[in-house]
Design a protein around this ligand. Structure first.
Ligand code: COA
Length: 275
């Protein structure tokens, strides 16, 4: 069972060992993202980044839904006559959903149940992993109310979906299920709803056991090489490899080599070294 750690106005943080749940917490509004929720999410991610105990972050929504997208009332209509609040909300919305999550130094998992619409896609894509309930409902619903998938949504979906699927779902606004999301690799996999938390925790525990420095550097390496040429990638990865060797406070590489080569107590091909 997770312990309550912090309750912000629109976000709740719970912790289960090294696994921290950051929970969008406006269940009565299907976790639609208000300006306050965006600001709370920035604070929650700050907290989880600095929290020594947190190894893995799971982003999810309260009340059986992930997120109904931007709050059409509070985010859009509510900021129409308040340009300063709009700027603040827009900045916070982009900051946590993309900037912070996509460069988060610890492993991140989106655990999706119920509805996930529009702007709710961005954090799912920005997380390292996503697991959905088979019956989750995803939709790029923007076209249904006469707008485009804004913020970074249109850009982000083309990073994870094939182009035909990205266009199809953006232009038709058709929904797709968690199961279909798994088949399209929009999420890593989908599982029956009653198994969602358990399956997500299995992945979280697996990530929790790895060297934190190796997880951080591996994530950074994969994200960064995507836009590079082969030559740039080789140079960058060599430098990254050396940087990890120098900066890992646990000196994991040395420990692991000793355990494999000298002590013969572990096999890197079959699991992680003893930290
Ligand atoms: N913005 C503002 N309010 C929202 C919202 C959103 N994106 N999504 C849900 N809500 C509010 C509803 O207005 C309602 O408020 P009320 O109780 O004060 O009337 C409450 O949340 C519950 O929503 P409701 O529509 O009654 O629940 P439902 O379970 O029948 O339907 C949805 C859920 C998500 C299918 C439906 O609310 C919906 O289509 N929301 C908009 C989704 C969307 O297109 N988001 C993209 C924005 S970019």
């Amino acid at each position: 069972m997770a312990d309550d750690v912090i309750t912000l106005e629109n976000v709740k943080i719970e912790r289960d060992g090294g696994v921290t749940f950051i929970i969008l917490n406006r269940p009565e509004k299907r976790n639609a993202m208000s300006p306050q929720l965006h600001m709370d999410m920035c604070d929650a991610l700050d907290w989880a980044e600095m929290d020594d105990q947190t190894r893995v972050v799971i982003i999810t929504g309260a009340g059986g839904n992930f997120c109904a997208g931007q709050d059409l009332k509070l985010y859009f209509r509510g900021t129409e006559d308040d340009p300063k609040l709009r700027v603040k909300a827009r900045r916070a919305a982009h900051e946590w959903r993309w900037n912070r999550l996509s460069s988060f130094p610890k492993a991140t998992i989106a655990m999706v149940h119920g509805y996930c619409f529009g702007g709710g896609f961005t954090p799912v894509i920005a997380c390292d992993f996503a697991i959905a309930a088979d019956n989750a409902v995803f939709g790029l619903s923007e076209v249904n109310w006469g707008v485009i998938p804004g913020g970074l949504v249109a850009w982000a979906v083309t990073n994870v979906l094939g182009y035909r699927d990205a266009i199809y779902y953006s232009v038709t606004g058709d929904q797709f299920t968690g199961k279909e999301a798994g088949a399209m690799k929009f999420v890593n996999k989908s599982v029956p709803l009653e198994k969602l938390r358990e399956e997500t925790m299995i992945l979280a525990r697996k990530l929790e056991a790895k060297s934190p420095a190796a997880v951080k550097y591996t994530k950074e390496a994969l994200r960064s090489v995507r836009g590079l040429s082969k030559e740039q990638a080789l140079d960058y990865l060599d430098a990254k490899h050396d940087a990890l060797k120098l900066n890992d406070p646990e000196k994991g590489r040395e420990k692991a080599l000793k355990q494999f080569l000298d002590e013969k107590t572990f096999k890197p091909g079959l699991g992680e070294f003893k930290r």
